[in-house]
Design a protein. Structure first.
Length: 229
């Protein structure tokens, strides 16, 4: 049996028989793992808080064969601000689903967990509004996952390749995209942009992401419905 002490954030939780959960956890040391959390579905369980969606915790895991099991956990950050607004929680859920989709099991990308944590922290603490955080996260995520767009081409405007062709960005939106791709991770949200430029960047970034991942996201659809309420 292998023991592992690590930190991780819950990307997905699925109820299982006998008050158990099957968790998808993005860890700091092993990347994405599927983890069984027995008894965590009980209200008085010591694991109940740490196994909640989007909770970041210290975790002790054991491995027998190919199966990981959660033995102990202590929450580090619950991001309670996300629970105050449905818009914030729905966007954070999309961030979790997108992170799960783009990460590989047992494969560590050291930039992925900090990016996700910084983004949901920005939402939870209202450092930046949801419509600002979303394109910044999407674009940086694509870049660190091997899908970085080419923003400058000879004799052409910068833009994003989509199913509809090249979506060009002008002025401040293009400058912001370049900044997002190249800045220090700790300063990812340390810039300002007008609402019009944010909307332009958001449209291009989402379109680019959906084109290159070639799939849809239920949480993204739900987030858009929440915005229409």
């Amino acid at each position: 049996m292998t023991y592992l002490n690590t930190t991780g954030v819950v990307l997905r939780e699925v109820a299982y028989k006998d008050s158990a959960k099957i968790l998808t956890v993005l860890t700091s040391t092993e990347g994405k793992l599927t983890v069984s959390a027995y008894g965590s579905g009980r209200k008085n369980s010591k694991l109940a808080v740490s196994t909640g969606l989007l909770v970041f915790s210290h975790m002790t895991l054991t491995r027998r064969g190919e199966r990981w099991t959660l033995k102990e956990a202590e929450p580090i950050e619950q991001f309670l601000g996300l629970r105050e607004e449905l818009k914030l929680l729905s966007l954070a859920s999309y961030i979790a689903e997108l992170t799960e989709a783009i990460s590989d099991e047992d494969s560590l990308n050291t930039q992925l967990l900090p990016l996700m944590l910084n983004s949901i922290y920005a939402l939870s603490e209202k450092v930046r509004p949801a419509n600002f955080v979303k394109p910044v996260f999407e674009l940086r995520l694509m870049a660190i996952s091997g899908f970085e767009p080419i923003l400058e081409k000879p004799k052409a405007e910068g833009g994003f390749e989509t199913k509809e062709g090249i979506l060009t960005l002008d002025g401040k939106a293009l400058e912001a995209a370049k900044y997002i791709l190249t800045c220090n991770p700790k300063k990812l949200f340390s810039f300002k942009l007008s609402d019009n430029s944010i909307n332009e960047l958001a449209s291009a970034t989402e379109n680019y992401l959906l084109t290159h991942l070639d799939r849809t996201f239920k949480t993204l659809d739900y987030y858009k419905k929440v915005l229409d309420f």
